[in-house]
Design a protein around this ligand. Structure first.
Ligand code: FAD
Length: 448
């Protein structure tokens, strides 16, 4: 049998399902996507799964499946500020604003998936609206050469047991608030007090005890240039109650303003101008992710192998921006392998593909997430890299390279290895770089 006749069934039409679906239709496979929602509902009746920023390298994997359609939502760097304490004891700890060594792109997952689905249908892909049950899956898999489960963190992911050896956390590490706002007038000018590249840099504003916030350019599916905010509250943080007060687009905006007013008042004059996207009642959500690695190949009741892809296989805390990137890298690698593979697609072959993906990207993506979560394993990295990034621009930019290409982190584990990274980038001993670090006395304020 030639590859062109092979039948593929994909369950779920999020970013993972539509990416691998389009890639396989392009490669000549006979592909059916099963989705619990029709195309209009996928686009209009649910929130985006996440902000889903592609940091650098994942754009190249994505380009193996679809051309880059988006000019809005791109960002070029990150402004980082870290505080500790509250009220009288509030203290600025570290600040740096650094360009990325790449472009990052934040596009509404509903738009990305819809654009993929449109091309998939135009190229002969089949789309069936059906909430697939485990019984359905058995019948679907019996009739296909390959069945992929792309149903996200919930859905059918429970068919794939948690891999205890690869899963570090048993519960969510952050409570999340996502909200999207209208773009500000003259953004470049307004953001200049924090960023050399104005509104094209994201903000990562951190409270050492309570949590982190991300704020950056975003392409909304209908409203175009907008700004995405994500709040990450640590367990026990007072931010959790603030997030819980959110019930709609307006209260989401009010909670974000309150957060900045209380913890990051230098920015509040700018943040107060944010206007909610009332046009999209799904432009906000509350959530929490337990970072989980599953055994990504399972068998159905009658012994047919099925493989998980995207969040159904590995879910990440969003603080390291790895989930969507992991989904497109996994899709691209699988498509490449399927184009080469002429034999039967067996359980063992699928397991081998997942293990290759784990080695290539997913393990490192999980470790980078731990670095950004401030996991105890990476306390020494943070202790050295943050002040070094504040001293030397090259180190700040290199720190964000981990979001694009996480794998080098696996080889930078000991204090000597972190110091070597700093020395190599700075061209002088790490101790000299760190000796020049001075905590800022205060941070510049938005004067608007
Ligand atoms: C706040 C937040 C911020 C994020 N930021 C980033 C970031 O900056 N960078 C990054 O790379 N990632 C980020 N992510 C992660 C990213 O959004 C996800 O990893 C990615 O969108 C997951 O796509 P998916 O297709 O695997 O799952 P989903 O988007 O969940 O899609 C699954 C689809 O399957 C359907 N489905 C479920 N069950 C069934 C069934 N039984 N039958 C048929 N259909 C079914 C669902 O309705 C859904 O349409 C973020 C996540 C969050 C929560």
């Amino acid at each position: 049998m030639s590859n062109t006749k092979r039948k593929v069934a994909i369950i779920g039409a999020g970013l993972a399902g539509t990416t691998v679906g389009l890639g396989l239709v392009n490669a000549g496979f006979d592909v059916t996507i099963y989705s619990d929602r029709d195309r209009t509902s996928l686009r209009n009746d649910v929130p985006p799964t996440g902000t889903a920023v592609y940091f650098g390298k994942s754009l190249e994997y994505d380009a193996e499946v679809i051309e880059n359609l988006y000019e809005i939502g791109n960002s070029t760097g990150m402004s980082v500020r870290i505080f500790s304490g509250v009220g009288e004891t509030r203290t600025p700890v570290i600040e740096f604003d650094r360009p990325f060594n790449y472009t990052a792109q934040a596009v509404d997952t509903r738009l990305r998936a819809d654009d993929r689905l449109g091309r998939f249908l135009a190229r002969g892909g089949k789309f069936v609206v059906c909430a697939v049950t485990p019984e359905d899956l058995d019948a679907i898999a019996a009739d296909a050469d390959l069945t992929l489960v792309a149903t996200g963190k919930g859905g059918l992911s429970s068919l794939f047991p948690v891999d205890a050896d690869r899963t570090v956390y048993a519960e969510p590490q952050r409570h999340l608030l996502l909200a999207t706002f209208k773009e500000l007038d003259r953004a470049d000018h307004q953001f200049a007090y924090r960023s050399s590249d104005g509104g094209r840099h994201n903000w990562f504003t951190i409270h050492a005890d309570f949590g982190e916030t991300f704020f950056g350019p975003y392409l909304h599916k209908d409203l175009g240039a907008t700004r995405a905010f994500i709040g990450f509250a640590k367990p026990g943080s007072p931010w959790i109650d603030l997030f819980k007060s959110v019930t709609d687009t307006q209260t989401a905006r009010d909670a974000v303003v309150k957060l900045f007013e209380t913890y990051f008042p230098e920015d509040v004059a700018l943040i107060e101008q944010l206007e909610p996207l009332h046009e999209d009642p799904h432009s906000w959500f509350l959530g929490a992710v337990t970072p989980t690695v599953r055994r990504a190949v399972a068998t159905t009741r009658n012994g047919h192998p099925v493989a998980a892809i995207g969040d159904a296989a590995v879910s990440f805390d969003p603080i390291g921006g790895q989930g969507a990137q992991n989904a497109v890298v996994q899709s691209a690698l699988l498509i490449r392998a399927l184009k080469e593979h002429k034999g039967k697609i067996t359980y063992e072959w699928l397991q081998d593909q997942f293990n290759r993906h784990w080695d290539h990207r997913a393990e490192a993506a999980a470790e980078v997430t731990r670095l950004f979560l401030g996991d105890a394993k990476y306390a020494m990295h943070a202790e050295l890299l943050f002040p070094a990034a504040a001293v030397d621009p090259k180190i700040g930019s290199a720190f964000f390279d981990f979001l694009s290409e996480p794998k080098p982190l696996l080889g930078i584990q000991s204090r000597e290895e972190v110091n070597k990274l700093i020395s190599d980038l700075a061209g002088e001993p790490a101790e000299n770089v760190l000796a020049r670090f001075k905590a800022p006395e205060q941070f510049a304020r938005s004067e608007i």
